[in-house]
Design a protein around this ligand. Structure first.
Ligand code: ZN
Length: 221
């Protein structure tokens, strides 16, 4: 009986740990995607501040770690896009505005990244534009110090793109690139971030309506 009680407490703790690792903007449904076509699932990114070269201080274990001593902003942004697009259960696709589908499909599906000049921006900020519960635009502003290193750029752009698609800061974990709490090993999407993205953009609607089973899957937050 004692073991049974311990098991229940353990599973509840595991459930809480697993289910609380991401946070989305209250009430948001994120970007409105048209799931019937690949083009309709795309949110396009315009890079206004392109052309920067950054010191490659990414670890050799990183996908870009051995890609050269310096890397361009476009190379690094593409690696961030690839990271988002590799989430198998997510319906959302990021693409640069050089994508063939851009011209016919960018209305209300566009994010801009630019270098910030205004004061008050610590290292970067994202400003999603909402229409009702949907996101219809977003601007990311990065201060010049972000361009000092590839790792800082990847970390910040991954974080700000998370805001642009509806993710907020979880405050109870460091194992999230969206967390308030910095951890040097977390500079690309972590499992908590990916869970949040699948919750907001489920490829299969059932993914967003999971029922708790054995404390190891999550009901919608
Ligand atoms: Zn933030």
């Amino acid at each position: 009986m004692v073991f049974k009680g311990f098991k229940k407490v353990f599973l509840l703790m595991m459930s809480a740990l697993i289910c609380l690792g991401y946070r989305s903007y209250p009430g948001t449904l994120g970007w409105s995607l048209n799931s019937s076509t690949t083009a309709g699932r795309k949110v396009f990114i315009t890079l206004i501040s392109s052309g920067k070269l950054m010191e490659n201080n990414l670890p050799t274990t990183d996908v870009m770690g051995s890609a050269g001593t310096t890397l361009t902003e476009t190379q690094l942004l593409q690696s961030v896009i690839d990271d988002y697009n590799s989430i198998q259960r997510s319906n959302l696709i990021f693409a640069l505005d050089t994508d063939a589908d851009y011209a016919a499909n960018n209305l209300n599906h566009r994010i801009e990244i630019e270098e910030a000049s205004a004061s008050g921006v610590s290292s970067g900020e994202a400003q999603p534009v909402f229409l009702g519960q949907s996101i219809i635009g977003c601007k990311i502003r990065l201060t010049s110090k972000v361009f000092d290193s590839a790792k800082a750029y990847v970390s910040l752009v991954t974080h700000e793109l998370g805001h642009c698609i509806g993710l907020e800061h979880p405050q109870e974990t460091v194992w999230s690139v969206m967390s308030y709490f910095f951890h040097e090993d977390v500079y690309r999407l972590a499992i908590d971030d990916k869970m949040g993205i699948v919750h907001l953009y489920p490829k299969d609607p059932l993914d967003a309506r999971e029922k708790a089973t054995l404390g190891l899957s999550c009901a919608p937050q």
